[in-house]
Design a protein around this ligand. Structure first.
Ligand SMILES: NC(=O)C1=CN([C@@H]2O[C@H](COP(=O)(O)OP(=O)(O)OC[C@H]3O[C@@H](n4cnc5c(N)ncnc54)[C@H](O)[C@@H]3O)[C@@H](O)[C@H]2O)C=CC1
Ligand SMILES: O=C(O)[C@@H]1CCC=N1
Length: 271
């Protein structure tokens, strides 16, 4: 279904790039069905080369969007309204707008498009680039179950996808939208710990990243509670409980909870 669709990606930055490349790498979309636009044309051209042979670069946002099936807004939240305003006459109700902008509400976006234009708001994350993204979607006033199916098939091609009510989108942003950054801090810190204990940086980084991936897979595939999985690692009087106690002393869990809360709050402020 998705392979026949045409897509305009507005914004060729981190996330527009992760999605466009992730979708073609997964074989979910054809490069020749993807048109890229960025105010920085050089960036769009560089991305087109990564997306694959046949990916197009447009010289204007209007040309990029005219007549395509799907329009992905991957610009910073502060310019979403301005971009939609410039496209009010162009975007038609038979097209679907997908916005990934943090904090920008559906009702705000609906004010800038013509009557009847369907919008889906989504919060993906950068691991979409490698097919392991986590995305939440919610539907605007004019979006139907068919639009939901399209949005789910698009984001599911590059990872896990859930539907939530819009009031939970800021919470999603705090957990999975921003979450990769927290995990990278964890991987970097694990690596530094390994280096401090005598490993080469390359070996420590590989072990740290694989440990994070394997642990996440255990949570997703065994269905066991994370605390049970933690208990399975901690031998009485052993090494792990010594490490866990050090993390607790450092306020690890509350630091992560605070990070999610701060990011969710910031997402709310962006609207
Ligand atoms: N980076 C991330 O992990 C995630 C970002 N998002 C959302 O994705 C959106 C994009 O974020 P990033 O890719 O990180 O930003 P970015 O700064 O890497 O990319 C934004 C791109 O938009 C271009 N741009 C600026 N004004 C434009 C205009 N008027 N028309 C077309 N292109 C224009 C810029 O040149 C830039 O290449 C944001 O709204 C953000 O909230 C959502 C989930 C995760
Ligand atoms: O930091 C940001 O604002 C964006 C939204 C979610 C991840 N990155």
């Amino acid at each position: 279904m998705l392979r026949e669709k045409t897509l305009a990606v507005i914004g060729s930055g981190m996330m527009g790039g992760a999605l466009a490349c992730g979708l073609t790498q997964a074989g979910a979309m054809l490069p020749e069905n993807i048109t890229l636009f960025d105010t920085d044309q050089e960036k769009a051209s560089q991305l087109a080369a990564k997306v694959g042979a046949g990916a197009r670069v447009s010289d204007s946002v209007t040309n990029a969007v005219a007549g395509v099936d799907l329009i992905l807004l991957a610009v910073k939240p502060a310019v979403v309204s301005q971009v939609l305003n410039s496209l009010t006459q162009t975007i038609q109700p038979n097209q679907l707008v997908l916005s990934i902008a943090a904090g920008i509400r559906l009702d705000t976006m609906e004010m800038h498009v013509a009557a009847g234009v369907p919008i889906v708001r989504a919060m993906p994350n950068t691991p979409c680039l490698v097919g392991e993204g986590a995305t939440a979607v919610c539907l605007g006033t004019n979006a139907t179950q068919d639009h939901l199916k399209i949005a789910l098939s698009l984001f599911s091609a590059v990872g896990l996808t859930v539907e939530v009510t819009e009031r939970l989108m800021d919470a999603v942003t705090g957990v999975s939208g921003s979450g990769p950054a927290y995990v990278y801090l964890m991987i970097e810190a694990l690596t530094d710990g390994g280096v401090k204990a005598g490993l080469t940086r390359a070996t420590a980084r590989a072990l740290a990243a694989q440990t994070v991936m394997g642990s996440a897979k255990m949570v997703l595939e065994t269905g066991e509670h994370p605390m049970q999985l933690k208990d399975n690692v901690t031998t009485p009087g052993g090494t792990t409980i010594a490490g866990v106690a050090a993390l607790e002393r450092g306020g690890f869990r509350i630091a992560v909870i605070d990070a999610v809360e701060a990011a969710a709050k910031r997402a709310g402020e962006l609207s």
